[in-house]
Design a protein around this ligand. Structure first.
Ligand SMILES: [Cu+2]
Length: 110
């Protein structure tokens, strides 16, 4: 390949990168766990978004998807992130305190 052809390839790649509309950014939501409960579910959850789970309680909790797509074990003060892979209803509970339950509704991809 000549230098000239290489330069055109680079220009072409730059043009494609510039002209392609950016795919919608995935949003990041925060759900706090404290006082032995999950905070209210955020509005506007979409598949592809992430949730940052913050355990600000004095007890250890998990954020566990009933269908098994994630299972975060959070010491007091710990936080962890999960991604919402699919749209539809999601039931999250704590393995240590099964009465702690959070129902999320995840919309289709942006
Ligand atoms: Cu718990």
């Amino acid at each position: 390949m000549t230098h000239r052809a290489g330069a055109w390839l680079i220009l072409g790649a730059l043009f494609l990168a510039w002209s392609n509309p950016h795919p919608a950014e995935a949003a990041r939501h925060v759900i706090e766990i404290r006082n032995m409960a999950f905070a209210a579910p955020p509005a506007g959850l979409k598949a592809g978004d992430t949730i940052l789970w913050k355990n600000t309680d004095m007890f250890r909790h998990t954020a566990t998807d009933r269908k098994g797509s994630f299972d975060l074990d959070l010491e007091p003060g710990a936080q962890g992130e999960t991604r919402l892979r699919n749209s539809g209803p999601l039931e999250v509970f704590c393995r240590y305190h099964p009465n702690m339950v959070l129902h999320l509704m995840v919309g289709k991809v942006r």
